[in-house]
Design a protein around this ligand. Structure first.
Ligand code: ZN
Length: 209
């Protein structure tokens, strides 16, 4: 658990045995207690190309093994946050599908889970080195949204808005600007744009805002 910096024995959850079961069930993989369950049919269906199967399986194991060792505030932490941290360890370990992974600025809630929360945690890390590791450490006995204030000086909702403004919105504005340029070009170059077309373009621009 190098990525969560639980390197001293006092910080590490005492887990003597982890069982890994590959069996026939619907879904992908899950953890119950110290058992990791992986769906055999899912392995068969999703792990293509075959020469990358080991890579995909390792990626999944990073995620599931994090669930075994991470803190979750005695199950009071939002499920999406624990999923985000499990993905965080996977991403930081560099064994994940980079091209297909969630992009920065995606999602509508900070605790949506998986890639959405993972990218947000990376953003929080950029504001304070080691943030995610410290957050995990705080979650040993209980969870509170206030940990974000303690570590970063701002409530989590405000941080999420900042994050969205940094990544999500700029992409959105780029789209709007493209349409505006298109409209400007037509207006300047043709001079014969009918009222109806102009209204139509204005409507598109308005809907994009
Ligand atoms: Zn998970």
């Amino acid at each position: 658990m190098e990525n969560l910096r639980t390197t001293t024995s006092a910080d590490i959850k005492n887990v003597p045995v982890v069982n890994l079961y590959i069996s026939d069930f619907q879904g992908y993989a899950y953890k119950n207690g110290d058992n990791i369950n992986v769906s055999g049919p899912a392995l068969d269906m999703f792990y293509y190309p075959r020469n990358k199967s080991k890579f995909f399986f390792s990626s999944l194991m990073y995620h599931e093994m994090t669930h075994v060792f991470q803190w979750h505030g005695n199950f009071t932490a939002p499920g999406g946050l624990t999923e985000g941290i499990a993905d965080y360890v996977m991403v930081k370990s560099n064994i994940y599908e980079k091209e297909k992974y969630t992009k920065f600025g995606s999602g509508s809630r900070w605790d949506e889970g998986y890639g959405v929360t993972e990218r947000f945690l990376e953003y929080c890390d950029s504001l304070r080195k080691g943030f995610t590791a410290e957050l995990n450490k705080k979650m040993r006995y209980k969870y509170s949204d206030h940990y974000f204030v303690e570590l970063l000086g701002k409530p989590v909702d405000q941080l999420w808005r900042q994050y969205k403004a940094k990544y999500g919105k700029s992409k959105f504005l780029q789209q709007t600007q493209l349409v505006l340029c298109f409209q400007g070009e037509l207006l300047m170059e043709t001079h014969i744009l009918s009222q109806i077309v102009r209204m139509f373009l204005e409507m598109i621009v308005r809907n994009l805002r």
